[in-house]
Design a protein around this ligand. Structure first.
Ligand code: NAX
Length: 331
């Protein structure tokens, strides 16, 4: 039998945490033959509720779950973890300035970066979910310099999956037959959901989404805004933000990163930019990636038209501004 993998979930008493931990314990993240030990972190006001989550994990009797560490101590939480899913953060409350929210998250991600750097297993893979996800991941990277930058990512897979879902609904095809959409940039409303290279698998072979949809004004208009605004639409409908879809997409992100993407398929991940596609180096930016042997690589050489170029650049500009704001909170 395989040795258990230790998976940290921060913010584990929150809504996404509650949806995510059973998926991990069932093997949806690391596979049906991979035992796991869950490390759950939250803050002291949530300690009792965190313990309730631990009780439910015990009660569910998951065969793959070999242990649960539920704690409010960041060092205990980070010790020996192989995978860290960072869901905990400070939410924006009504009337709060952007800078104040940024400042709270910068200080959280700075201290959690140090704990991971000092106590996590070598080669620990990190996924930041908490918003502002790209910039929190960047701060984590800056303050954990000994963790390879390739190991620090943020979640844009939910946006990617939302784009697949919208195309499948529009074309009345199975979502599993749609592939290679791209989310470029920030996990925010400036993200650019791009279908220029997306295809649908049909009996006759692969067909381009552009040709199948035929209506370019939808693809360049309502499709993009629907994906960008989907989070807000869920809040309006549910009076709570997306949780089951966020949790499921976080599993997809780690699963594909660790176990690999299928041949001919790419996914979107927020990763440290190396200047590919003329995106400024040094941002955590969402790119199309393929994964093999536990490493992602940015898909190279896709032709970019002028419409895409502008959208890719404006979301990069927002990330550059967020980076400046985050650094201004550091002093
Ligand atoms: P909740 O407010 O339900 O849960 C957050 C949890 O984090 C709470 O239990 C809180 O006590 C805990 N927490 C706060 N500070 C912490 C700290 N310093 N250490 C450990 N835990 C801490 O929010 P939820 O709906 O679960 O969302 C979590 C985060 O995901 C939010 O930042 C949200 O904006 C972000 N999202 C990101 C998405 C993405 O695609 N990247 C999509 C969904 C979601 O909106």
């Amino acid at each position: 039998a395989k040795d258990p993998v230790r998976v940290l979930v921060t913010g584990a008493a929150g809504q996404i945490g509650y949806a995510l931990v059973p998926l991990i314990a069932r093997g949806a993240m690391l596979g049906p033959d991979q035992p796991v030990i869950l490390h759950l972190l939250d803050i002291p006001p949530a300690a009792e509720s965190l313990n309730g989550v631990k009780m439910e994990l015990v009660d569910a009797a998951f065969p793959l779950l070999k242990g649960v560490v539920a704690t409010t101590d960041v060092v205990e939480a980070c010790t020996k973890v192989n995978i860290a899913v960072m869901v905990g953060g400070f939410p924006r409350k009504e009337g709060m300035e952007r800078k104040d929210v940024m400042s709270k998250n910068v200080s959280i991600y700075k201290s959690q970066a140090s704990a991971l750097e000092q106590h996590a297993a070598a080669n620990c893979k990190v996924l930041v979910v908490a918003n502002p996800a790209n910039t929190n991941a960047l701060i984590l990277k800056e303050f954990a310099p000994s963790i390879p930058e390739k190991n620090i990512t943020c979640l844009t897979r939910l946006d990617h999956n939302r784009a697949l879902g919208q195309i499948a609904e529009r074309l009345n095809v199975q979502v599993s037959d749609v592939k290679n959409v791209i989310i470029w940039g920030n996990h925010s409303s400036t993200q650019y959901p791009d279908v220029s290279h997306a295809t649908v698998i049909a009996q006759e072979g692969e067909k381009s989404v552009r040709e199948l949809v035929a209506d370019d004004s939808w693809l360049r208009g309502d499709f993009i805004t629907t994906v960008q605004q989907r989070g807000a639409a869920i809040i309006k409908a549910r009076k709570l933000s997306s949780a089951l879809s966020a949790a499921s997409s976080a599993c997809d992100h780690i699963r594909d990163w660790v176990l690999g993407t299928p041949e001919g398929t790419w996914v979107s991940m927020g990763v440290y930019s190396d200047g590919s596609y003329s995106i400024p180096a040094g941002l955590i930016y969402s790119f199309p990636v393929t994964c093999r042997n536990g490493e992602w690589s940015i898909v190279q050489g896709l032709p970019i038209d002028e419409f895409s170029r502008n959208k890719m650049d404006s979301t990069a500009e927002e990330l550059t501004e967020e980076k400046t704001l985050a650094y201004s909170c550091l002093t």
